[in-house]
Design a binder for this molecule. Structure first.
Ligand code: ADP
Length: 162
């Protein structure tokens, strides 16, 4: 069985992330979505909330055993080594992601040469979609219904209005 880890912040999960999950499942039998617990990134949702969002949105894939959600304190490569998983999935949007993703993949390769990073290109529809933009748009009352699932949209507005 070919398993890959898809690490990220997912604050919150967007249609862009979901698109990458579905594309990755064309290559891999199973995907572990991994939230880093010790990220320096400031998030509007806690780790447990973000995990819960992913569980709600990907309910079917999780029930079918195609997707698992986990969190980890430390480096993704250490999680992979512990679980004996040799593939890391990252989504690539044009322009913005390349340099950062390239550096991270190289750093990971240095630490764990047995692990391969697999980049998946985003759908054209989502190429400018990022969680920060969605939060900004929501904060200013713009429509975000084409960017996140409805339950997530509701959660964002609840958090913003508090
Ligand atoms: P991180 O903080 O690790 O960048 P993110 O949650 O922002 O976490 O993203 C996780 C992964 O999903 C990254 O590989 C990122 O490039 C990818 N990603 C995020 N948004 C999109 C999108 N709209 N299309 C494709 N990939 C995306």
């Amino acid at each position: 069985m070919k398993i890959a880890v898809y690490p990220g912040t997912f604050d919150p999960i967007t249609f862009g992330h979901i698109d990458i999950v579905k594309r990755a499942l064309k290559i891999f039998d199973k995907l572990v979505i991994l939230l880093a617990k010790n990220s320096l990134k400031k998030t509007i949702f806690t780790t447990d909330e973000r995990i819960n969002h992913i569980r709600l949105v990907l309910d079917d894939l999780i029930k079918n055993g195609l997707v698992e959600v986990d969190s980890f304190e430390g480096l993704t490569v250490n999680y992979c080594k512990e679980k004996k998983i040799n593939y890391i999935i990252r989504g690539l949007r044009p322009l913005v992601d390349f340099e950062y993703e390239f550096e991270m993949a190289m750093a990971n390769r240095e630490m764990a040469p047995e692990i391969e990073t697999v980049f998946i290109l985003t759908d054209q529809k989502y190429f400018y979609l990022r969680s920060t933009l969605i939060k900004d748009l929501a904060l200013n009352g713009a429509d975000i219904s084409d960017k996140v699932p409805l339950i997530i949209e509701k959660e964002i507005y609840k958090r913003i209005n508090n």
